[in-house]
Design a protein around this ligand. Sequence first.
Ligand SMILES: NC(=O)c1ccc[n+]([C@@H]2O[C@H](COP(=O)([O-])OP(=O)(O)OC[C@H]3O[C@@H](n4cnc5c(N)ncnc54)[C@H](O)[C@@H]3O)[C@@H](O)[C@H]2O)c1
Length: 344
Amino acid sequence: MNDQAAAVPVISTHADPPRRAVVTGAAGFLGSHLVEALLSRGTEVVGLDDFVTGTPENLAHVAEHPGLRLVRCDITDYVHVPGEVDLVLHFASPASPVDYLKLPIETLKVGSIGTMHALGLAKDKGARLVLASTSEVYGDPQVHPQPEGYWGHVNPVGPRGVYDEAKRYAEALTTAYRTTHGVDTAIVRIFNTFGPRMRPYDGRAIPTFVRQALAGEPLTVAGDGLQTRSVCYVDDLVRGILLLASSGHPGPVNIGNPTELTVRQIAEDVIAATGSSSTLTFVGRPVDDPQVRRPDTRLAASELGWQPEVPWAQGLARTVDWFREAVVTAPVPDLAAGTSSAPR
Ligand SMILES: NC(=O)c1ccc[n+]([C@@H]2O[C@H](COP(=O)([O-])OP(=O)(O)OC[C@H]3O[C@@H](n4cnc5c(N)ncnc54)[C@H](O)[C@@H]3O)[C@@H](O)[C@H]2O)c1
């Protein structure tokens, strides 16, 4: 897998824990949890976000933290951060199908131009960069579970192509900056992650089901619901990413929970966890919806000593608690308008 061993020496001033980190996409679901974790370890954080799918409210609880600076900017324009930086976590990108289908060009731009700017920043600063890639690089996989050495099965001209190919390009660009410029890079392939601060209307299965169950509406299960997903609680993911950041490993490394659940099982568990009287209703499958998804996490275990620790039931209970508070006041965002009711 690491046949492209660095052609030039990899240079980094990376400290552990990092002294000062830049997080792109800081106001998003994962970005906000990463910012929180970094601040709690004493790392100063500069968060960059244009709030296209994220919101400063995700960081409201740390807004007054002296170590945090949140800057509104579109990283496809330019990225300029004065002062020293020793870690860049590049997480900016629409991530849910509802979002990237509404924002196809923006998704391709942030994966390409945005990634180039983030890599340029890491190069200038001598910082380590972690690219948030995705299990979507495996497409609708023909190998199961998916190890990092699998090259994937992606339809570049299907609706999901804008996201999948943006991330595949971002991986290639990251690798080229490592081998050509000696930038200390790492690629994490993130599998479906869930937890507090997901948006109730982001179109992903768990927040959709929790919202529907809490409202007493039928849960819209795509197809026959027998397609599988492997879902990782956000705290486990954040721990894996910070372990990768503090290692010297270039990746790609899968981080995700290998426990495989059918979408139908997820829906039934959500009904049980919310105590809802909702029923299931079956709707059409989205185009190119993967049939199976499960990470092979042996590399994360051997190289990073990582494995998921939060059981599905516990993560779901924490998520439901958060949604009970959040959904009461959540407006229906424009991005959700006119989208399919089949959650992914
Ligand atoms: N959540 C998951 O299960 C998952 C799975 C695989 C990969 N990922 C990757 O993790 C990252 C974060 O995902 P998320 O679930 O937190 O999504 P999210 O939509 O909640 O967060 C993305 C953030 O990026 C910001 N952003 C988008 N384009 C930008 C731009 N041009 N300039 C500045 N900011 C921009 C958004 O405003 C948002 O705050 C993404 O790169 C995504 O591809 C997430």
